[in-house]
Design a protein. Structure first.
Length: 402
């Protein structure tokens, strides 16, 4: 009996040691995450102070993102076949009928040259080479040599400066066009962007890409092997973005989506197999295309109002207004941002846009009530056109190593 109790006590202590070991390893792995969670909860409350706006949204241009007019309505090739090999040999025309034609013409030429041999002895007389014995001939080349050197020297020297002056205007033209190119690129809306957001301690990567007049924006995050992705695809038009499909995926499987039929002005919402139709108007957006629509319009925007679609619900005629200006700590920088807020009943949609970065959304919030989980994501790093413009903050482990 005493042996059984002793064995039971040993087993209990082994379990306690095992649990403590697991907790210690988890703390070592998630220590940075716990620190970031505590840091985000203490420094990023729901109430962000706002002040009266002193700046406007950037005046961006997205003409370079549009499809050229000559390609409008042209469907890209789905398959391209390239065959390698030598071309078949060309069939040469038979020369047999052409041969007898030039022969009669050449014969009179031969007859005309026939009497010339009689004149051939004319160059044979030896009187022509006799001028060679004249001895003063060597003196003339001696006199001519310095003359040729003196005449050729100035011509080479005169051509050298002319060649040296020729390339001088080319760098001036490049120097003049360089600032214009930089200014054009700085004003144009980015074709590619990568933004890493933080949803509490969970990172989520947003990618924005435009190719041949079509855009795709996706936000993807993962936790403990589970993934979630929000994706919007569509076209770039003169009026901005025109979404074709908005999809919400979990672990790679579609949970809900909205498809937009612009010919019939109708949207179809599919939530876990249950579908319903909703009216569609020009300019309507989904939850993620809306942020980039507002950013691309920038200073040209005049009281934007459009319907917002998610994969499950739609919110008609959401009016967006600039509610104020604030300074947010984004990554390693203090960034001046403008808050654009849209409301529908008790739902609130907030986009915090940074004019210094083409009005890119550095913070996005949504309070959806009973329609779904609310979120508040902050940018921690950003790359525009392959260039890093925002560095992420150091983690707890990196702070200790530096």
């Amino acid at each position: 009996m005493a042996d059984w109790r002793a064995r039971l006590t040993v087993r209990r202590w082994l379990w306690v040691a095992f649990v403590l070991s697991v907790l210690l390893h988890l703390f070592g792995i998630l220590g940075d995450t716990l620190y970031m969670l505590a840091d985000s909860n203490t420094t990023r409350g729901e109430a962000t102070p706002l002040r009266k706006p002193t700046q406007k949204l950037a005046d961006t241009s997205f003409d370079d993102l549009l499809l050229p007019p000559e390609l409008e309505g042209v469907k890209p090739a789905e398959q391209l076949v390239v065959t390698l090999g030598l071309p078949p040999p060309r069939k040469r025309p038979t020369a047999t009928p052409a041969l007898p034609v030039p022969t009669p013409q050449s014969t009179p030429v031969m007859q005309a040259t026939a009497p010339t041999p009689a004149a051939a002895p004319i160059p044979t007389p030896a009187a022509t080479p006799q001028p060679a014995p004249i001895t003063p001939a060597p003196t003339t080349p001696a006199a001519s040599m310095p003359v040729t050197q003196i005449a050729s020297a100035p011509t080479l020297q005169a051509s050298a400066p002319a060649m040296a002056q020729a390339p001088t205007p080319t760098p001036a033209t490049h120097a003049a066009s360089a600032p214009q190119e930089v200014a054009r690129l700085a004003k144009g809306f980015p074709r590619n962007a990568e933004i890493v957001y933080m949803y509490g301690p969970i990172p989520a990567k947003l990618t924005w890409q435009v190719d041949h007049g079509r855009y795709e924006v996706s936000l993807k995050g993962s936790l403990l092997g589970r993934t979630r992705e929000l994706r919007s695809v569509g076209r770039v038009t003169r009026d901005g973005l025109r979404p074709d499909r908005y999809t919400e995926l979990r672990d790679g499987k579609v949970r809900s989506e909205s498809t937009f039929d612009w010919d019939r002005l109708s949207a179809t919402l599919n939530d876990k197999g249950e579908s319903k139709d909703a009216p569609l108007k020009p300019g309507d957006q989904d939850l993620f295309s809306a942020a980039f629509q507002l950013a691309m319009q920038g200073a040209k925007m005049q009281d934007p109002k459009f319907t917002l679609f998610s994969g499950r619900k739609f919110y008609p005629d959401v009016q967006f207004t600039i509610r104020g200006e604030s300074t947010l700590r984004i990554g390693t920088e203090q960034v001046e941002v403008l808050l654009l807020r849209g409301t529908f009943q008790d739902r609130v949609f907030d986009f915090w846009l940074a004019p210094k970065w083409h009005n890119m959304p550095v913070r996005m919030q949504a309070k959806l009530g009973n329609d779904g989980a609310s979120y508040d994501i902050w940018a921690s790093s950003m790359r525009l056109e392959g260039q890093t413009v925002l560095q992420p903050t150091l983690t707890n482990q990196e702070r200790g190593t530096r």
